[in-house]
Design a protein around this ligand. Structure first.
Ligand code: NOJ
Length: 544
């Protein structure tokens, strides 16, 4: 039986829509009591969810110069002193470039339906253009895809997970509109080579981070921070166009034959008013959301930037004496071309913030445009990452927000997870707690709120290079012993929890037990939700 974890059927009084004063404090969905023991409730209607886990090329592959790979902006950034914590880099990382069998073995152990990984653009096109195709690089992805399919694990490929070819950065990178064409050529090549077997695609991962963290705050590659009120918006504009062009390319040239799904992965925190009874805080929370998820989702799902972003940025630009808005404009043709370029909503989510208005005066910066400060509730549990507080309720709320704001799209959660720091301890109880609570909120959204969630992807399969914080922050279900020359993957405790959730397709109802799916090992392979399929984990469940 596919079900949520407790007595929730009578508690769905709050469904997130526009924020209202009662939305935070009066909703006991937020409290720990709700997550406590008490009877579980089976939900009779069952719909399929595909379960998976994710990684990204630069974070795990290593082989930074192997077999003709070109250099990316992350190779350069990480080799620049003081950019990455302890000067860590992805030269070797988890050595996944040489460990297809090991990676597939741990995926099998997890019993995932899909595996999300990214392609390193410079491994297949060393200078970023199709002038030279690096066949050795392609062979790695070819073998990986085949190995996954042989185990009935569906590949879910991200084309761009932040590692732009340095050769393209040298001519302006994402600030230069020609990068849109280069991305399209790259996408064309990858669809043509792998699309016969790969049916799930993500064009760009977390455009917010590329634009803002890489080109505004400058703490990720390419590390630019000197035009924080202008450059992120230009970069964001080109990223949206690049995504739309890749989607159209697939739609026009490949869809009929390959029959896959292409989208973008957008990340966002959920945002609540700091004081739910104060209109200014409610407005600030709305702005945070429109400047975060809305920056990219609005043009792609609804058409054009939101009125909130357009008005605020224009007014602040003109007030500062500029002749036009710092937010670039789409032409009417572009608005039409971009709107609807999705086959699902790819969504990364980790945490929630509490917002209040903050006036930055005349400061021409994204933060000033957003005009909000954020804090967290001190009762929320910490993680290994300063920005990540454990707030499961926010996931259900933002899923409901996506449903309402963007026309009830099919959603695939392409990342969700938690980190730790400090001494290695395979007993990662905080991670098991995190996944149990967050996944339960996903199931509530799916089963009780009718949000069309079809996939859930845990970040990450294994400990890896957490960008500028290096290897110190560990998100993995598997620990990677990088001081052993074999770089072995070792299961943390949470592997058993997650693989059981996968095997049971959620949380089985004890009242209708015993459940075979709870048994560890091969005899536990019967999926409790899926008697019609003979108990097999069918990777195609997400698409149907
Ligand atoms: C976002 C990114 O896509 C991924 O690369 C990163 O490691 C995780 N979230 C955790 O921060």
């Amino acid at each position: 039986m596919f079900c949520v974890n407790h007595h929730t059927t009578r508690t769905v009084s709050h469904v997130t829509g526009p924020l209202s004063p009662h939305s935070y404090q009066n909703d006991w969905d937020i409290t720990e009591e709700e997550e406590g023991g008490s009877p579980t409730t089976a939900i009779k209607n069952q719909r399929a969810v595909s379960w998976g886990t994710a990684t990204a090329a630069y974070q795990i592959e290593g082989g930074w110069r192997a077999d003709g790979k070109g250099l990316s902006i992350w190779d350069k950034f990480a080799h620049t002193p003081l950019k990455v914590f302890e000067d860590d880099n992805g030269d070797i990382a988890c050595d996944s470039y040489n460990k297809i069998d090991e990676d597939v073995a741990v995926l099998k152990q997890l019993r995932v339906n899909h595996y999300r990984f990214s392609i390193s653009w410079t491994r297949v096109l060393p200078d970023g253009t199709t002038n030279y195709i690096n066949e050795a690089g392609f062979s790695y992805y070819d073998r990986l895809v085949n190995a996954l399919l042989a185990e009935n694990i569906q590949p879910h490929i991200t084309l761009y997970h932040w590692d732009l070819p340095q050769a393209l950065q040298n001519v302006g990178g994402w600030e230069n509109e020609t990068t849109v064409e280069r991305f399209k050529d790259y996408a064309d090549l990858v669809f043509s080579r792998l699309g016969d077997r790969v049916k799930l695609w993500i064009t760009i991962n977390e455009p917010y981070n590329v634009a803002m963290v890489g080109h505004g705050y400058g703490v990720a590659a390419p590390g630019i921070s000197f035009r924080p009120g202008t450059l992120p918006y230009i970069v964001g504009h080109n990223l949206i166009k690049a995504h739309a062009e890749a989607w159209h390319l697939y739609n026009d040239k490949y869809r009929a034959k390959q029959n896959g799904m292409v989208s973008i992965t957008i990340n966002s925190d959920w945002s609540e008013p700091r004081n739910p009874y104060k209109q200014e805080d409610i407005d600030a929370a709305r702005r945070v959301i429109q400047f975060y998820i809305g920056w990219f989702a609005h043009p792609i799902f609804n058409g054009d930037y939101s009125e909130t972003m357009k008005t605020i940025i224009r007014e602040r630009s003109l007030a500062a004496g500029l002749s036009k808005s710092r937010l670039p404009e789409f032409t009417p043709e572009e608005i039409k071309r971009i709107k609807g370029t999705y086959d699902y909503f790819g969504f990364n989510h980790y945490t929630t913030v509490l917002a209040y208005p903050l006036n930055y005066g005349n400061l021409q910066h994204y933060d000033g445009d957003r005009g909000a400060g954020t804090v967290v509730d001190r009762t929320w549990l910490d993680s290994g990452s300063g920005w990540l507080k454990v707030t499961p309720f926010g996931l259900r709320r933002i899923l409901n927000f996506i449903k309402k704001e963007y026309g009830n799209p099919t959603i695939i959660i392409t990342e969700n997870g938690v980190s730790e720091r400090g001494p290695i301890d395979l007993k990662d109880y905080h991670r098991s707690y995190f996944y149990e609570k967050y996944i339960n909120q996903v199931l509530k959204a799916h089963l009780l709120d009718n949000v069309d969630v079809r996939g859930y992807t845990a970040w990450s399969l294994m400990d890896n290079l957490e960008w500028a914080t290096g290897f110190a922050e560990r998100f993995g279900l598997f620990y990677v012993n990088r001081s052993d020359p074999n770089v072995p993957r070792v299961a943390k405790e949470s592997v058993s929890l997650y693989s059981t959730i996968i095997n049971c397709n959620g949380f089985p109802d004890p009242a209708s037990g015993p459940h075979d799916c709870l048994k560890p090992g091969p005899e536990g392979n019967q999926r409790c939700s899926d008697s019609s399929s003979g108990g097999k984990n069918k990777p195609d469940t997400m698409i149907n």
